[in-house]
Write a protein that binds this ligand. Structure first.
Ligand SMILES: Cc1cc2nc3c(=O)[nH]c(=O)nc-3n(C[C@H](O)[C@H](O)[C@H](O)COP(=O)(O)O)c2cc1C
Length: 297
């Protein structure tokens, strides 16, 4: 990168992080890899797609890069299903009619955790499987999530865009049946993939003081007694969320025509999440996972 593009990338990264977090994040001037950091900092979920097709070879390339992710104990417990056959896609899409961006996407993948291969090693060797506990479910879930994130980064690197679809898990059993997932294989999320129809504005995140901790979770100036500390942590959470809510509303309002924003100010993030989760969601997930053969104790 020449000096001008380095300065441009650094400025753009500074601006992107300021917009994202509402605070300055310093970027050392001589750091390598600024374009990649900028791509991460400007991540956005997309839900509309250009007409440009996405063929199986491109998906295969991105999947190979994604599956190069690190893997817990090298167990490689993640799988990707490329749902390509029109009738299969129709069946999967029909599970979530509320999200038309799924049927419009050029490609639809389903990322899975796979605890079957690991178990099969033991079964084949005639040895008892000695790791039947919650961690045996958690590890494939993490591997699958890392592979999905890696896929999204690979897609972004070639100018593509994605939208994860965890709402597919509202119909976990039906999805597992359609995709013929065996015992110990479970869906993590769907992923719409395509070339974006247009640029997308970046959504703000909670300030770094809410999610980036140093040395210990509690602030070091707080009492160590758990109950007192927990209450102080809650006060810190409340302060961070209140500050974020203000920033969130300002960003949302700035995307509306002024008269619309004045007549009906956008909800805060807290209000949106309280409304979204006012009723229990996917409370049959534990039963589904246990029926898939995992012991979640
Ligand atoms: C695991 C996961 C599941 C998601 N599921 C859905 C979904 O079912 N439908 C959808 O439209 N977006 C879904 N999203 C996208 C989020 O809504 C999005 O990341 C969030 O609103 C923040 O927006 P941003 O990614 O553009 O910053 C999901 C994201 C993740 C990480």
């Amino acid at each position: 990168m020449n000096e001008t593009s380095r300065i441009d990338a650094r400025t753009a990264l500074n601006e992107a992080l300021l917009a994202r977090f509402g605070e300055e994040v310093s970027v050392p001037p001589d750091l390598a890899g600024l374009p990649e950091l900028l791509q991460m900092a400007t991540w956005s979920t997309h839900r509309s797609w250009s007409d440009r097709p996405v063929g199986p070879e491109l998906i295969r390339l991105l999947a190979a890069c994604a599956l190069s992710a690190p893997s817990k104990s090298y167990l490689q417990q993640a799988d990707i299903v490329d749902v390509r056959d029109a009738a299969q896609r129709e069946r999967v899409q029909a599970l979530v009619p509320s999200m038309p961006w799924m049927s419009q996407a050029p490609a639809l993948l389903v990322f899975c955790g796979n605890g079957r291969r690991f178990r099969r090693l033991f079964e084949r060797a005639g040895q008892p499987f000695t790791n039947e506990h919650l961690d045996g479910f958690f590890n494939p879930a993490i591997d699958g999530a890392l592979v999905m994130m890696n896929f999204m980064r690979a897609a972004a690197a070639v100018g593509m865009a994605c939208c994860p679809i965890s709402v597919l898990r509202d119909q976990a059993q039906a999805l597992a049946d359609i995709l013929q997932m065996p015992a110990h294989v479970f869906p993590i999320a769907g992923l719409c993939v395509g070339f974006p129809a247009h640029a997308q504005s970046v959504n703000p995140r909670l300030g770094l003081q809410a999610s980036l901790h140093t040395d210990r979770y509690q602030r070091p100036d707080l009492a160590s007694e758990t109950e007192v500390a927990d209450r102080a942590v809650d006060a810190a959470i409340d302060a961070a969320v209140d500050a974020y809510d203000q920033r969130y509303v300002a960003v949302r309002a700035s995307r509306l025509p002024p008269e619309v924003a004045a007549a009906k100010p956008p909800m805060t993030w807290s209000q949106e999440k309280l409304r979204q989760y006012a009723t229990a969601q996917r409370d049959d997930w534990g039963a589904f996972i246990r029926a898939k053969g995992f012991d979640t104790r």
